[in-house]
Design a protein around this ligand. Structure first.
Ligand code: DHB
Ligand code: FE
Length: 287
């Protein structure tokens, strides 16, 4: 049977991707960010997943305002790297896992979550920057990501967006789906986006270190309680784009303790300000 062995949480700041693509990672400003990912890069070499189920948000790249799925699961064999205005990032295309995707879609929809099934979806920085952070630079032509990735896009851009509670419950359903896939696969689930940031309006540049760290504390120790935090608190305390953090609750809901199992082991925790306009957070939990 397939199983979820770990969850990884990380910000997806586009400037981090640009720093890697333009060879700036050793500049002092960026060094402070990348140092926080050294542990994770070694850890993932030592604990390589067969498949990554990657929860992220599309930033009006694949989905325009014409139609906005709340939860969209990629079921394709591959996903091209999106052009977000400066040409596609120089990273490999993403290879999917259509069989596991289709199985998860079937199981999760039958558990009463209405997923949108997507067979053609270019993936933006929300998905590629976390891959770059964990796996390092990869040649876009000769290289490849080390394993298949299932993109799972959540609408956190256009209100109404899903609640933290809904996301946490969805994580439980995804766990159940993975565990009923009849193949011995090591699956990691990643929750991306955040942490506090606001890119627009009079509060642009907002960072809230205290709130972010409390979020990390509660994500580890009290995820069910954290799931009850409403949108207004995210927006007020973590800024308009801080709402991306609800996606971390999907990954957290897929851990064993959400359904009565043992608590996860905290392998790594990192928090740093600034990276572009954003507080960077990163966590690795093992089941
Ligand atoms: C920035 C951060 C994001 O998460 C994003 O999606 C876009 C921009 C930023 O810090 O600039
Ligand atoms: Fe974002």
């Amino acid at each position: 049977m397939a199983r979820i062995t770990a969850s990884v949480y990380t910000s997806h700041v586009p400037a981090i991707g640009a720093a890697m693509d333009l060879g700036k990672t050793h500049e002092p400003y960026w060094q402070n960010v990348f140092t926080g990912y050294e542990y994770g890069r070694q850890w993932i070499q030592d604990n390589p997943p067969d498949v990554v189920f990657l929860v992220y948000n599309d930033h009006a790249t694949a989905f325009s305002l014409d139609f906005i799925p709340t939860f969209a699961i990629g079921t394709a064999a591959e996903y091209l790297v999106a052009d977000e205005g400066f040409g596609p990032r120089p990273v490999p295309k993403v290879i999917g896992h259509p069989e596991l995707s289709a199985h998860i879609a079937q199981s999760v929809i039958q558990q009463d979550f209405d997923l949108t099934i997507v067979n053609n979806m270019p993936v933006d920085h929300g998905l590629t920057v976390p891959l770059s952070l964990m796996y390092g630079a990869r040649d876009p032509v000769k290289g490849a990501w080390p394993c298949p990735v299932i993109p799972f896009a959540v609408n956190v851009v256009q209100y109404p967006v899903p609640s933290g509670r809904r996301c946490y419950e969805l994580g439980k359903a995804i766990r159940k789906a993975v565990e009923s896939f009849d193949e011995d696969l090591n699956v990691q689930i990643w929750g991306t986006g955040g942490m506090s940031h606001q890119l627009q309006g009079p509060r642009a540049g907002l960072i809230n270190k205290e709130w972010d760290n409390k979020f990390l504390d509660r994500l580890i120790d009290d995820p069910a309680g954290l799931a009850d935090v409403g949108h207004i608190e995210y927006v007020r305390e973590a800024g308009s784009e801080g709402i991306e953090l609800v996606m971390w609750l999907i990954a957290r809901g897929a851990m064993a303790d959400a359904v009565g199992g043992p608590k996860p082991v905290v392998k790594h925790r990192f928090y740093h300000v600034p990276a572009s306009n954003t507080a960077v957070g990163h966590l690795i939990l093992e089941n």
